[in-house]
Design a protein around this ligand. Sequence first.
Ligand code: 13P
Ligand code: SF4
Length: 344
Amino acid sequence: MHNDVIQNILVANTITQYFPISFHNKRKKRYFAKTFNSMAEMDYKAEIARLKQEKHAVVLAHYYQNDDIQDIADYLGDSLKLSQTALQTDAEIIVFCGVHFMAETAKILSPHKKVLLPVMNAGCRMADTITKADLQAYKAEHPDTKIITYVNTTAEIKALSDCICTSTNGLKIINYYLEQGEKILYTPDQNLGKYAMRLLGKEFEVWNGCCPIHHFAQASKVLKQKELHPNALVISHPECQLDILELSDFVGSTAELLSFVGKSDATEFIVCTEKGVLHPMKKQNPDKQFYLGCPSFVCHDMKLTSLEDVYNCLSNETNEIFVDESVRKNAVKALDKMLEITKL
Ligand code: 13P
Ligand code: SF4
């Protein structure tokens, strides 16, 4: 073999792998600079739009996503709206800009569609607060108790549940079972569970989990904002603790908070949920002012996704979500039950 060729093989797998060893360093530098610039300048929005058409794909995004991701989404919504959209869309590929359980829910409802999650390790800290083994042990001890599970859980937990709920329909679903005289366990969010008990005036069992982003937000920080903006209404997500919910003027899911600020005569709002929701609030209500209730309302997992990640996963069709069929079959029953009760 010619010496030059051997040398070229030897430098493969290094940063210089595409260049012969004799390639002049200056030219090499210029080439890398050019490649890097053109990648940085790549119009991800236009490329994603082109790929969506070419591949018959849709992008779904949760309100907690980065602003630029929300802006390219075909459907933007809360957990409930996004699950319904995943079920209804006739697209062949769903790119789910959210966290793992959301993409998994889309796959459970639409098993024949390709569901992609741009960042595979975007997880949900609340979903981590309940394990399959713990729930199985509980069920073995309480065989007559109906398990109502918040959507922020893994497919395995959903599969062990009787019905799923979201922050939009949680109260309705819990009340539906209580009115039928059922004993229930609500998992895993203790805060939504305690809030439902307070509003319904009924007792039931609640798992000890929570979303740390909402759970550890401090009421003192919200009150400080109230001092700074005395005319502002406090609006909160039910994953916050009762001390914040009690001082709130309105409590609801992300979609309900958005709808509330649109309809309200008030012009200032202190928002107690993940800061991403401020983006659609400001966009839809340019004359109103929004302040984050506590600086800690940032879900880092939700913020992991970039336009480049969306482009890469759609372009290469990587990061596909799979759910074991036996798990899916049971999980879909619990999700169908939710969609059925929601329609009542
Ligand atoms: P929503 O159900 O209001 O969309 O909330 C999802 C979530 O992850 C809240 O932390
Ligand atoms: Fe999960 Fe909390 Fe992030 Fe929502 S905000 S995705 S519940 S960790």
